[in-house]
Design a protein around this ligand. Sequence first.
Ligand SMILES: *Cc1c(COP(=O)(O)O)cnc(C)c1O
Length: 404
Amino acid sequence: MKKNKRIYLDYAATTPLAPETLKEMLPYLKKDFGNSSSIHWFGQKAQEGLDKARERVSQFLNCSFSEVIFTGSATEANNLVIFGVVKDYQVKAHRKGKIKPHIITTKIEHHAVLEPCRELEKEGVEITYLPVDKEGLIKISDLEKAIKENTLLVSIMYANNEIGTIQPIAEIGKLIKKLNLRYKLRAPSYKIYFHTDAVQAVNYLDCDVKKLGVDLLTLSAHKIYGPKGVGALYIKSGTPITPLIYGGGHEGGLRSGTENVAGIVGLGAAIAQVSSFKFQVSRISKLRNKLIDGILKKISGTKLNGSREKRLANNVNISITGAEGESMVIALDQEGIAVSTGSACSSRSLEPSHVLLALGLSPKEAHGSLRLTLGRYTTEKEVDRVLEVLPKVVQMLRKISPFK
Ligand SMILES: *Cc1c(COP(=O)(O)O)cnc(C)c1O
């Protein structure tokens, strides 16, 4: 095995730092170490780095400079949205004697959205978790039916991190706009805010916030070949939101704490490269198709999870009967191939993936799932190698499997 280079097919978990991005970050880890709040030369250099990154992110999202804030992760950005929008409403509602807010999200969101919602539920905030069909898509009519007069926030992810299903965000944006206009006639202060977690979408889909019709959008640097520990949030000007972290008033007062300048510069560099790598999308989706078709053809008892058409270019998620997910991950790792699974033990919870269960898979099918996510550095040779190794791994595991 040693002869073969390790194959990384877990780009949805994280991506390697692009050398071009590292190069732009390095000065800020060395000579340009200043605190952007300082007035002197060192401070100004750091501020220039932040400004350039904010400019690049706002260009990518087609929004204005002041509508982008940086956070410590996409998880933090999502928390800020869920808690911050609700808290602002509660403070105002308390003054006006208004009713409890209502949030609509989906059953297949990332934990960084679901867990804040569960927390708010404990305080009596109403949450609707929209179901998805067997491909992982929400129905717009379900969303429309779920909207009530106290609906404050709709949070629906752009593309799912496990199964790659792409939600019709622009269509949802249009619906919310229409409803906001309609309700405005009744109650001028009434407004539904629309958030999308676009972390997995940035590399592959159009993230123009005007076209999407969103008020809030989350992204993360380490999913786009940038550094870990940096996220960004688009907040449409005028969106009422309260900070979670108070202090020196950084990031427009919404996220105090001395900025992670090198990390933010890395996010800016990474997002600036996304468009120049757009030519890769068709290459990656061809490799994805080869992988999907190859697995389905070479291994019996396999099925693709998620949608075939409305699917991220880099996502493969397959259920394999008679083989347990975690065992497959370990066996593949021994062959130098890194993939992931929605099976219980590998994640911290004991439950199988909530996303696969929401598709209607049985716990057993969910336990036998494998996620392979491709990226910028994936080669056809690597895909061929997986197609050679995986059938053998499955055959071996099926022989020893306790659950058939
Ligand atoms: C990775 C991921 C996150 C979390 O991003 P971090 O920056 O690691 O906190 C949130 N949502 C989705 C869809 C993700 O894939």
